[in-house]
Design a protein around this ligand. Structure first.
Ligand SMILES: [Zn+2]
Length: 208
């Protein structure tokens, strides 16, 4: 499924970095080495323009050291979580996304082709990329100006507070504003978790 997003990630690297970070954040309890968890936090900051490329490279080196130590003590499979964090901190968004997710599902205990972590990662893909790799989706400008920018205000509040439980409220405001795009409304109402990089929030907030 991720392969269908490869070209899109090349054009929208932020999305690739956020997906890599989200995969690692799902296995957070397994990232017991602070060098690994700090690297994942740096990835998320880098994706948002709040950490430099040099900081990401430094974080990657620390995560690599953490993985080497883990590999020595726990072996190849046992060090999968640390490996996932190391890969996530790559400056190449496709490499980061594709490798981090693979090692994260191994760390979580999934088999190669299926398991609950695969399903959870598919939900992350649907949240971050939605239909965007397959067709362009726009937001009707009048929705953004309705009621003094109420739609964007709710979206920004959700984004900044990471209060994704309010996505159904965003659907309500969008409906009141006149939105009839069922892809957008259904995504806001879906029960799967949302993360930073959510395609609907990005669309409203003008993030790429
Ligand atoms: Zn979402």
């Amino acid at each position: 499924m991720l392969n269908t997003c490869r070209g899109f990630i090349r054009k929208h690297p932020r999305k690739g970095h956020l997906f890599a970070a989200a995969c690692c954040q799902r296995i957070w309890p397994l990232l017991t080495d602070s060098r690994s968890s700090a690297a994942v936090e740096t990835v998320a900051l880098f994706a948002e323009g709040q950490a430099s490329r040099e900081q990401l490279v430094a974080a990657s080196k620390s995560a690599e050291d953490a993985h080497c130590d883990a590999f020595e003590h726990k072996g190849k499979v046992g060090a999968s979580a640390e490996w996932s964090a190391q890969f996530a901190a790559s400056t190449d968004p496709w490499f980061a996304a594709s490798r981090a997710c693979n090692f994260a599902f191994v760390a979580a205990g999934d088999g190669l082709w299926e398991g609950p972590e695969h399903e959870a990662q598919s939900d992350l893909l649907r949240c971050i990329f939605g239909p965007l790799p397959f067709r362009s989706v726009g937001i009707v400008p009048s929705l953004l100006t309705w009621n003094a920018g109420a739609v964007a205000n709710v979206a920004l509040s959700i984004y900044l507070d990471r209060d994704f439980g309010r996505m159904p409220q965003l659907a309500k405001v969008l409906t009141e504003a006149g939105c009839c795009d069922m892809d957008i409304l259904n995504h806001c109402r879906c029960s799967a978790p949302h993360v930073r990089g959510c395609w609907v929030l990005d669309l409203i907030l003008g993030k790429g």
